[in-house]
Design a protein around this ligand. Sequence first.
Ligand code: TUI
Length: 313
Amino acid sequence: MKTRLTDLLGIEYPIIQGGMAWVATAELAAAVSNGGGLGLIAAGGAPAEVVREQIKKARTLTDKPFGVNVMLMSPFADEVMQVVIEEKPAVVATGAGNPAKYIPALKEAGIKILPVIASVAMAKRMEKSGVDGVIAEGTEAGGHIGELTTMVLVPQIVDAVEIPVVAAGGFADKRGTVAAFALGADGIQVGTRFICSDECIAHENYKQAVLKAKDRDAVVTGRSTGAPVRALKNKLTREYERLEKAGAPFEEIEALGVGGLRRAFEEGDVQTGSLMAGQSAAMVNKIEPCADIIKSYFDGVEEILDNISNKLK
Ligand code: TUI
């Protein structure tokens, strides 16, 4: 398979694994890269030296290109970027902010830069700053999200920039792949589906929660505090909702979520843990190896295209 994204990154399939904090470890990133996509280690809120160890570990697990997702709201973002510049993974993806100040040093180090963006203005600004492509993430995605849906965001970004566009948010199978390319994207980013992979080392309870999720289970909290997050409905999201409705102080609401991802990922606490996942969780029904998941997004797309041709006759 050959697209502008596969050419840019030197990968076999135009698919990037989402940079899910805690969940996207060296094991997951390496498995995705070995399967022909681009795996990402998520720095999340981890200290820089932890990220360095993860990069080193990934190098022992794959000789294919992989990347690091740097979450820009992290208090360690500056140090993590410094480590990334030293370790030189093939790609840096960024989330939850504007990476402009890091771009010259990343380019100097020969690292490709793919910021996640959720608006046209940000995509244009990033293109001007010299990034290699953008990941346009719709509100269907899990974790920290923007307002616009993938369906309306992606074509607007495609029209606004010349660089490759990766569509993210809501991609659960090959019908999604075809839709992304129909919207003009050059590839897809997939997060939630990879939680339910053999190589993801998240707690089994987290994986089972994703498998069980139904259509309206991936809910958004934190809209009132300005940092909306999508996660599977549980005691934590209900408590969040209650405090938000009661107009509780910002600090009290935010304190609820502290350590939530760790509780979900490590302890398998599906009640007070933060089970970040996208709306596509409802479409995830089995745990498989990453290589099989990747193939399932691309093998047999011709059949879907035939169905489209038949319907549009
Ligand atoms: O970053 C994400 N998703 C995330 S980060 C995360 S860790 C976290 N934990 C607890 C609370 C909050 C976060 C979990 N999920 N996705 C990429 C993304 N980036 N979505 C939206 C954006 C974004 C938002 C604003 C990108 C740029 C931006 O620019 C703002 C500016 O500076 O103009």
